[in-house]
Write a protein that binds this ligand. Sequence first.
Ligand code: NCD
Length: 361
Amino acid sequence: MRHINDLSELSMEEFQELYRLTSNIIDRPEGYADACRGKVLGSLFYEPSTRTNLSFSTAMMRLGGSVVGFSDPRSTSTAKGESLKDTFNMVSSYADLIVMRNPREGAAKAASLYSSVPVINAGDGGHLHPTQTLTDMVTILRLRGSADNMKIGICGDLKYGRTVHSLIKFLQKYKNVQFYLIAPRELSIPEYIRRFMAEHKMQFFEVSGLEPVIPMLDVLYMTRIQQERFSSESEYRSLKGIYCLNARKLQEAKPELLVMHPLPRVDEIAQDVDDDPRAVYFEQARFGMYARMALLLTLSKQGHRRPPKTPAGNPYRCCTNPKCITKTEPYLPMLTVETSEGECCAYCDKPVEKCIPRSEE
Ligand code: NCD
């Protein structure tokens, strides 16, 4: 069963096939009006969303399918204490595909262990957001043809911005990409992404100023400071408004720059940028719906399959990340992966530590 937890797990051939299908749908959407007739998408949003939720729902409807689900977990059995395991076990017997957003890191990977249909990660806390990356890549490829040899600036909250982590991981597949990671030290990329970039010999420069690098860039990917992920309001307030791209700063940029943003924007892009032809963030959001149509259509062909027996995991390991899904769903097997920096959690990518299983305490 193919789940979409991390887009970088797709091979380049699989991605190119998805991109070709997206392009065909953009050029001739009416040809796909019945492509998912009779299919049902389960849409489980445990965290606020506008674009992602609406674009998945409209994508499914434009393919002739239908959507069930929720966007407020308070109205569901989760509020009664139901486990993720039971929810996915049950919903996957009703729906043909499931898209989920959850505030816990690694939640989509965890849910996929118990689902008999494909699970799509629509954002797991500050970890990953693969379908935004699909949207971002479709935007770059449609507008510029390739991402090879590009200088890409990513600006704002690189610590908690899940779209940033997914995009960097995926761009590893392209040749000679140079990254300018623009953030204050408090919001710089997490260690596991820095490690990933080093392991893959990706070229990156970590800088704090936006203006000095603007003239060099082919893509400027602006992001929102992720207020909801901060542990204190005062910390958020000290960093809020730290970057603001405006028409004056854009004067220094290349004429063929792409200004991108996953949206929603708060104050990091001034309204006076919107009419500049280099500002493509609303077009990017439109491409997102077509990219999701291609993904839903591709995955809907898999049908239902009983999930394999849950792997045993290592009961003598615990994740060090307090935001990891293993902290709130204690039945999950502790799955780990070996990295150059040691053993890490297979759900959220953070380091694990030795621990004593509850049963032996
Ligand atoms: C992003 C997200 O949810 O991570 N939004 C989106 O899906 N388009 C970015 C954000 O919320 O800042």
